[in-house]
Design a protein around this ligand. Structure first.
Ligand SMILES: [Zn+2]
Length: 209
């Protein structure tokens, strides 16, 4: 957990995956998500593709094809980036509500549903290297990169792991994860980040007292 992908560098820094599910790693592409000014990690369509590759959502051949499509129509690529960000915010609000035992806002769920409906249905399983994968929606478009995120979101929200959905305990962090610890007592998105900061703050308070 919390491993930086060896080869992936978004323009804002290395990719960190702590969510335990693709859709949560996606909502975690905004740092300090609960503060007034979150830090954006997706600055371009290429960032979005790099994120998807680093998160094992797409393979190298798809990366090449998607970047080629983006190069051919830069304006459309920018639009899909904007869609990705607004979809991320809607998903974040839905996950946040569910993690608090609340009913998600119809507006947020509506946006997620609109994009789920736009994606071609998962038409089957295909062998990809050493594992099985969902068959990719055809025809491949710039938006296709969002399909695995949408599928993962649905799987989390309707699956048994939903009870393990948590928000990092650090003030304002806003990163989300599935708590896979045996006692279900994980507090932080990562020990290296928020965990250590909290430990240092506790130590500071103790030594000041
Ligand atoms: Zn955190």
């Amino acid at each position: 957990m919390a491993e930086a992908h060896p080869s992936v560098l978004l323009s804002g820094g290395p990719l960190r995956r702590v969510g335990g599910a693709l859709a949560l790693d996606f909502v975690n592409t905004a740092d300090w998500h609960l503060k007034d000014e979150p830090v954006e990690r997706l600055h371009s369509y290429a960032d979005l593709v790099a994120w998807a590759r680093g998160s094992d959502a797409i393979d190298a051949a798809r990366v090449r094809r998607l970047l080629k499509l983006a190069k051919a129509d830069a304006k459309a690529a920018d639009r899909v980036l904007a869609v990705a960000r607004s979809l991320r915010e809607a998903l974040f609000q839905v996950f946040l509500a569910v993690s608090r035992g609340e009913v998600p806002e119809a507006r947020d769920l509506g946006l997620v549903n609109a994009w789920l409906a736009r994606m071609a249905p998962r038409a089957g399983l295909v062998q990809e290297g050493h594992r099985l994968a969902w068959r990719w929606p055809e025809p491949e478009t710039l938006e296709s990169v969002l399909a695995p995120v949408l599928w993962s979101s649905g799987a989390i929200l309707t699956g048994g792991d939903i009870n393990r959905l948590k928000l990092c305990s650090a003030d304002g962090c806003g990163w989300m994860f599935l708590d896979a610890s045996r006692k279900a007592n994980r507090l932080w998105c990562s020990m290296e980040g928020c965990g250590n900061r909290a430990k240092a703050q506790r130590h500071y308070r103790r030594t000041r007292a």
